[in-house]
Design a protein around this ligand. Structure first.
Ligand SMILES: [Zn+2]
Length: 305
């Protein structure tokens, strides 16, 4: 009697992926790409296509290098059986963007400010650090300014620019049917919000008001780095950023120098991490014309008994 044929193991076990993808919300997978522990997000298409759009997944952010991008692209094929239908770059930092060159022929979306960013010294330095050529960093094919909707086939997602913050071109992605928002680096849970040369610290809290406005108590927020967050987490981070700006403004108006600001101010984060945010806030507010104001003497009269 012939041996019963054993089932093909490859049918039960899809090919292994390079990264570990975890489902954080229905049909929304997240993987952490090293060395910058950046969250890459894969939004799967809907079950029932009600349009004639070719269903396909949406990949949000692509890792730090074209090589990592190729691994991520292979992961998407292993997980979904096809290339992603669309790619979104949340902002122009290397850990989110530099994998994009591996996704040629696939529509990709990013803020129009990435075009100017390509020419900056900061980007040039990042490219050199990673040993990449100019051709290794490519622009998204569909640059945008404000908002765009995508139909993934029975699942609609919105890509929105709510204003400057972490950079001048941050995009968020909203997946309404999963009550999930992908925030890029406008929010971070594994570290403090990162303030860099391209940050608009003064506008960041207002931009986060827009993010918070589309959240409810049950919403899931996937930040650029770190575990998922809630609306309360986003509110707290918004308040901390506003506190940094507000405190710096008050100190400048009182005539407190930048070097004294660390010890003079009340800051929301540990002092050893405040140097860069204070320096950035001072430079930004002074560039906007903020100067010390004449202070009125405050006299507290004691009430006579
Ligand atoms: Zn960033």
């Amino acid at each position: 009697m012939p041996e019963p044929s054993s089932p093909d193991p490859s049918a039960a076990n899809p090919p292994p992926t390079h990264l570990q993808w975890q489902e954080r919300a229905p049909g929304i997978l997240v993987a952490v790409a090293e060395p910058d522990t950046v969250n890459l997000v894969l939004v799967l298409p809907g079950q029932d296509s009600v349009t004639d759009t070719t269903p396909g997944a949406l990949l949000i952010d692509t890792g730090s290098t074209p090589e990592q991008g190729r691994q991520v692209r292979a992961d998407v094929v292993a997980l979904t059986g096809a290339d992603p239908a669309h790619v979104v770059i949340t902002h122009g930092h290397r850990d989110h963007w530099f994998g994009l060159a591996a996704f040629e022929q696939i529509p990709s979306h990013g803020h129009a400010s990435l075009r100017e960013r390509l020419a900056t010294e900061e980007l040039h330095a990042d490219r050199q650090t990673l040993g990449l050529r100019a051709a290794d960093v490519v622009l998204p094919t569909q640059l945008m300014y404000l908002a765009r909707g995508l139909d993934l086939g029975g699942r609609r997602v919105e890509i929105v620019h709510l204003g400057p913050g972490h950079t001048d071109g941050d995009l968020i992605v909203v997946v309404p049917d999963a009550n999930t928002l992908i925030a890029g680096d406008l929010l971070e849970s594994s570290d403090l919000p990162q303030v860099g040369p391209d940050t608009d610290l003064t506008s960041w809290p207002t931009t986060l008001d827009g993010v918070i406005g589309v959240l409810d108590a049950d919403s899931l927020v996937i930040p650029g780095h770190g575990p998922p967050m809630t609306r309360d987490d986003a509110l707290r981070q918004r308040a901390e950023l506003a506190a940094v700006v507000g405190e710096a403004r008050a100190l400048i108006e009182r005539g407190v120098s930048e070097t004294e600001a660390l010890s003079e101010g009340n800051w929301p984060w540990p002092l050893e991490l405040m140097e860069a945010p204070i320096s950035h806030a001072y430079a930004e507010l002074r560039a906007r014309g903020l100067v010390p104001r004449a202070q009125l003497p405050i006299v507290i009269e004691r009430r006579r008994r």
